[in-house]
Design a binder for this molecule. Structure first.
Ligand code: CP
Length: 304
């Protein structure tokens, strides 16, 4: 494994994903000083709670220091500075760069300007590869494996970058089936269904959640993302399309596990959090261990 940058899930190999999951498990609850003396820059030009803070917690837990831009309004991006100049400068200050950006393709653009370790923390509606690594790790931990499982993505599958990234990673394994459950307006883009066809992964698309509940092993619930719509009217038409309540969850298997990248709005009622099926907050915790594994190993590959 000689990777030093991660911009998309699409170029991850099965060996890499298995390696990062093993590393995350080893680092779980064990702080290290692998990155002592290294500086991690977290450049967040779009709002975040989990990704930024779990990356920063992970950096501290592997011995690094952190410098951050948490709000584009407080950076020179707000004065019109280009992404190219921003990255060229930050790489002079830091040893590893973590970036979230509102524009699809910005991570691929950023790595044209730095060879240093770089991690995409979400580029608009495109990709969120570190989230998908913590998601697959969570599925493995919660369900004992990925092969043979039926995984249902629910909600905003059009703009949901976590859905897009995890779909790529699932193709490295042998799930029994992927079910995409969404309103017609928010169907997963054709490029992903085309990829599943080409790779021979069984999938279906439907809008009927209740009918599918008995056959699902893992629900991957997503938020209808107001910020991705052109108008409030369009968003209001689709918000609340799917809401997981205890009654809906009871239509499924007892072994069902519910994941959500968070933040949620109304798509999982708080009463579901008390059910054993809910794994959302364990999933958020897993993000720290996965990001420790990523920071440690991408830096090791570049600097040793
Ligand atoms: N899951 C996730 O990306 O959450 P944040 O937007 O809070 O980082």
């Amino acid at each position: 494994m000689d990777r030093t940058q991660l911009t998309t899930s699409a170029d991850l190999t099965r060996e890499e994903v298995d390696f990062f999951m093993e590393e995350a498990e080893t680092l779980r609850g064990n702080n290290t000083d692998d990155l002592k003396g290294r500086v991690v820059a977290t450049l967040f030009l779009e709002p975040s709670t989990r990704t930024r803070l779990s990356f920063e917690a992970a950096a501290h837990r592997v011995g690094a220091s952190v410098i951050t831009i948490a709000d584009p309004k407080t950076s020179s991006v707000s004065k019109g500075e280009t992404l190219a100049d921003t990255i060229r400068v930050i790489e002079k200050y830091a040893d590893i760069i973590v970036m979230r950006h509102p524009t699809a393709g910005s991570a691929a653009e950023a790595v044209e300007y730095t060879k240093k370790p770089f991690l995409n923390a979400g580029d608009g509606p495109n990709q969120h590869p570190t989230q998908s690594l913590l998601d697959i790790y969570t599925i493995k931990r919660e369900c004992g494996g990925i092969d043979g499982k039926t995984i249902a993505f629910i909600g905003d599958l059009k703009y949901g970058r976590t859905v897009h990234s995890l779909t790529y990673i699932l193709t490295l394994y042998s799930p029994d089936k992927i079910i995409f459950i969404s309103p017609d307006e928010l169907k997963v883009p054709e490029k992903y269904t085309q990829m599943l066809r080409e790779k021979g992964i069984n999938f279906e698309e439907t809008s009927d959640l209740n009918a599918k509940m008995p056959e699902i092993d893992v629900i991957y619930m997503t938020r209808i993302q107001r910020e991705r719509f052109e108008s409030d009217a369009e968003y209001n038409k689709l918000k609340g399309s799917y809401i997981l309540t205890p009654e809906v969850v009871k239509l499924g298997r007892e072994s069902l596990r519910i994941l959500h990248p968070l933040p949620r709005v109304d798509e999982i009622t708080p009463a579901v959090d008390e059910m054993p099926q809910s794994a959302c907050f364990r999933q958020a915790e897993n993000g720290v261990y996965m990001r420790m594994a990523l920071l440690k190993n991408l830096a090791k590959n570049f600097y040793s």
